[in-house]
Design a protein around this ligand. Structure first.
Ligand code: ADP
Length: 274
């Protein structure tokens, strides 16, 4: 079946979150987020992948009662993908709103995940939305859309990933209030694992302790340490009866590195706990 052109254009998902997404705060990030929303300030969530950035936005969208428009940015994503475009359907030309324009029109939260991956022209669209102007220019329509007070722009940024070419420009970075997330403290992370998967406290603690040791291997060349997401996956597999060896290998070894020496070091760490 051919892809729906509307889906193809959007490459995003938007939804009103009905049920409270579980979010365990690491510090004052929820208060900061709420203050930013009330003062119409854009937010940049900084932290490694799998550290809870998306979950925080989902939780806050629910808490603030706003529709969430999420866009997973990638290297081909340009300004037109965010604003919208004309498409030809049969013998008709139709305008399709992009996800950022939708968020502006609905007064929702626009979450641009890994925005640094996107093409440079995206910043031209974003900048006027980040200061007192709070408007969006849609060149193709020849229109300017004023954002209502409830509109909020949030982007995420993982500093560990960025290459020299894909560094976020200071002129863009400085427009956003930065909220930094680290790996949650051990007791919090164990609580998350238990809450998310139902895994027993003892196993949750072991997983978190092992993760702490594996994260230290970053100094020995590991690109990124095991994430909270990977620990949630490990606990999920263990809970569904997958053997320890397979569950841990699939979530905390093979997904972290191809390097045989590093794999060996990770396995050594795991042996101490499991
Ligand atoms: P990111 O957007 O930073 O890549 P996510 O928000 O998708 O990461 O987090 C990955 C997973 O880790 C979530 O689906 C959730 O299960 C868990 N998680 C991480 N941090 C938290 C937290 N503070 N509270 C609840 N769950 C969390």
């Amino acid at each position: 079946m051919a892809a729906d052109p509307v889906d193809t254009v959007l490459e995003s998902k938007s939804f009103m979150i009905e049920q409270e997404p579980f979010y365990l705060p690491q510090g004052d990030e929820m208060a900061l987020f709420e203050a930013a929303y009330e003062n119409k300030l854009p937010v940049m969530l900084v932290g490694p992948t799998g550290s809870g950035k998306t979950r925080l936005v989902e939780h806050m969208a629910w808490r603030l009662g706003r529709t969430l428009f999420t866009v997973a940015c990638h290297s081909d994503l340009n300004a037109g993908d965010l604003t919208g475009r004309y498409i030809i359907q049969g013998d008709q030309v139709r305008w399709i709103d992009g996800p950022l324009l939708m968020a502006v029109q609905h007064g929702g939260i626009s979450y641009l995940d890994e925005v640094v991956e996107a093409r440079k022209d995206v910043t031209v669209v974003i900048h006027p939305l980040t200061d007192h102007r709070r408007y969006m220019v849609v060149e193709k329509q020849g229109r300017i859309h004023q954002a209502p007070d409830t509109f909020m722009l949030v982007m995420s940024y993982n500093p560990n990933y960025q290459s020299i070419i894909k560094e976020l420009k200071p002129s863009t970075r400085q427009r956003f209030l930065a909220i930094t997330l680290e790996w949650p403290k051990p007791e919090l992370e164990a609580h998350i694992l238990h809450q998310e998967t139902g895994v027993d406290h003892d196993t949750a603690e072991k997983l978190v302790k092992a993760a702490g040791k594996i994260r230290n291997l970053v100094h020995q060349g590991l690109e990124e340490g095991v994430s909270t997401r990977e620990l949630v996956y490990a606990a999920t597999l263990l809970q569904s009866g997958v053997s320890r060896r397979s569950a841990l290998s699939a979530t905390m070894v093979a997904s972290l590195t191809y390097d045989q020496d590093l794999k060996g070091s990770i396995l050594e760490v795991l042996k101490n706990y499991f």
